[in-house]
Design a protein around this ligand. Sequence first.
Ligand code: ARG
Length: 458
Amino acid sequence: MKLWAGRFQKEVDAKTNDFNSSISFDSRMAKEDIEGSIAHATMLGACGIIDKKEAETICDGLQKIWEEIQSGALAIDPNAEDIHTFVEGELTARVGDAGKRLHTARSRNDQVALDLRCYLKKECVTLQEQLRTLIEVLCQKAKKHSGDVMPGYTHLQRAQPITFGHHLLAYAEMFLRDVERIGDAAKRMDVLPLGSGALAGTTYPLDRELTARLLGFSAVSQNSLDAVADRDFCVELAAAVSLSMVHLSRFSEEIILWCSWEFKFVELDDAFSTGSSIMPQKKNPDIAELVRGKSGRVFGDLMALLSMLKGLPLAYNKDMQEDKEAIFDAVDTLKLCLTPFIPMIETMRVLPENMRAAAAKGFINATDCADYLVGKGLPFRDAYKITGALVAQCIAQGETLESLPLLEYQNACPSFDEGVYQAISLEACVAGRKVIGAPAPENVQAQANRILELLKNK
Ligand code: ARG
């Protein structure tokens, strides 16, 4: 039965009903819908808008409906128009007239805005928890590998020596910002839209502050049109989730590279990799690839939300029903990706010898060689030029900066002495990078501890 059947003489066409219906994707908000209705009925009763006894009957009925949905005793009707219609219909079938009073001073427009906010507020907490777990795993791994030298890259060319711990903490910083961004989105979600009616509020003397308190909202919306037409909160969350996916995708890309025989910096645990049906030797980083691949659909969800909203006149338009699949998919996808990604990182075997061997090639200590000359009093530009010429000489002679005889150094510049070999040793190169934010092992330890401390205080 339609909530709006009053002025209609025919049932809606069956296929049109399917097209119009949102129950297939909004039934996941059943709990929030019921909680919202319980709060609304309680407030109506407290304000004397409906009889207190009837309010209780409504609340008991709704509570029972939720229990039965949860236990599986009550199946959600797939032919209902949406979850709001289903719950109200079910309630009325059970408690009669009292049920018919539930929708006093309410529209599905403020109801759906409420349900979505309540549902997403909880999802924000779950996402933040998952991201925090990932950050913690990264910090523990970073501490373990704080002294393991690896090549740092620009343009995917070996550039300067860093530590593996430092590399991992770069991602920890990104995910920390993601946690904050999701928290920011949650803050703006934390405003109660209920009481805005269809668009123009209501003439009933509602106590919206009471409803807000009952539902744990910190504020009440101040403009009824905005409250029912706003989906900024979905866009903000989708944007924050998209950025998390960007970070996961970049990390995945690196893991895929690191797993290759060309790098062999890490090996994924068997439980988090897959084989090939034809090539017996293969061990593929499928999880990382899927995460990288799934980032695109989340960006699509963000784009769908933005496009859905951009041309809508105030206030509610049915276009807005499209918000749910998009934001649910974005949130589901991030949760889904993090689920295997976290243990994949946790169990990943790190191969520091291979990282070090890669760092020993590619002249990544050339900057340190130039800095050594600066220490001897040369201007950096001159030191840079001399070192560049030495690198060219090494390439021509098949040497490395470590193997080049001192005599050759001194031919290039008399300021060189024995100390150069110590200065360009990879360990010295990273140990010397102690400025705030740099990869020295002691910094990595301190930064990992700082982040772990931050997580504790959240
Ligand atoms: N299923 C609808 C949605 O998701 C609920 C609001 C319907 N309101 C209306 N006036 N048709 O947006």
